[in-house]
Design a protein around this ligand. Structure first.
Ligand SMILES: [Zn+2]
Ligand SMILES: [Zn+2]
Length: 268
């Protein structure tokens, strides 16, 4: 399986609009790897996108992605969904505003309920413009796309409002859990993972988010072969500095992890 990290940034991509901090200035001046778009992943073998924040158009263009067939959503938050229009309407012919290609959108039932309230225009794309074919999914379900199986993982089972996806091909297993993993309490069920792509958590203590320290404890338990950390907040780099991130790699040298960047390609 081949994966590309399209966006490794946090809820506020880097550079943050208007911001004149050193992190944002550097990202504006040098671009990648300092520029980080909203969190999203591309599964190259099956033209499948996971999440689409507001800047998804830039993310797919930067990687020259020519087609998206499937789109999976982890949770409703704008940095993961508000780029839906860009992905769906891109397949719309101007004349008559009709779709010439449908993207299969996979959204967990609970997530769809909240998404519809916060992003009601999704109904227009699915039912009128028909640029998206909606598939409501739930925890435990498996979706087969070519030779890859995508397993739906609710952080708290069927009642979850946030989801991870497990990609399986032959013996290989890759878990993608990019955001809000504080409520993900079923880690212990996941062993023998070849790769985990996971939010990096906060270096500061904030009870509403997973801390980096807690994440390291979880990873020690499930022992994945490799870990890529993503959803890296500009505010965190700004406060702690890039050197601090590097020092974490030394501190937790028993865990095979790296910090991801936009455009990072991984073959498993
Ligand atoms: Zn900034
Ligand atoms: Zn997020």
């Amino acid at each position: 399986m081949k994966f590309t990290i399209l966006g490794s940034g946090g809820a506020n991509p880097t550079p943050r609009a208007f911001c004149q901090c050193t992190v944002c200035k550097k990202a504006r001046r040098n671009g990648e790897p300092y520029k980080r778009n909203c969190s999203s992943l591309f599964v190259n073998d099956i033209n499948t996108l996971i999440d689409c924040g507001e800047d998804i158009g830039d993310s797919v263009n930067r990687r020259n992605i020519k087609q998206v067939d499937n789109l999976f959503i982890t949770h409703w938050h704008p940095d993961h969904t508000f780029g839906l229009r860009i992905i769906l309407e891109a397949n719309c012919k101007k004349k008559g505003n009709v779709s010439y290609k449908m993207v299969h959108i996979y959204i967990p039932k609970n997530v769809y309920k909240t998404l519809k309230q916060n992003f009601p225009v999704i109904d227009y794309f699915v039912n009128i413009q028909k640029t998206g074919k909606l598939h409501l999914i739930e925890d435990g379900q498996k979706i087969n796309i070519k030779d890859i199986t995508v397993k739906v993982i609710g952080y708290r089972g069927k009642v979850s409002d946030t989801y991870a996806y497990l990609f399986e091909c032959g013996e290989k297993k890759v878990l993608y859990a990019p955001c809000d993993t504080i409520s993900f309490n079923r880690y212990i069920n996941f062993n023998n993972l070849d790769l985990v792509i996971h939010e990096c958590g906060l270096f500061s203590d904030d009870p509403s988010e997973i801390s980096f320290k807690t994440l390291m404890c979880r990873l020690k338990e499930i022992k994945p072969k490799k870990v890529i950390l993503t959803h890296i907040e500009e505010g965190q780099i700004n406060y702690w500095g890039e050197k601090y991130l590097k020092s974490m790699i030394r501190k937790y040298s028993d865990i095979n992890f790296v910090f991801g960047y936009d455009g990072m390609e991984i073959k498993v």
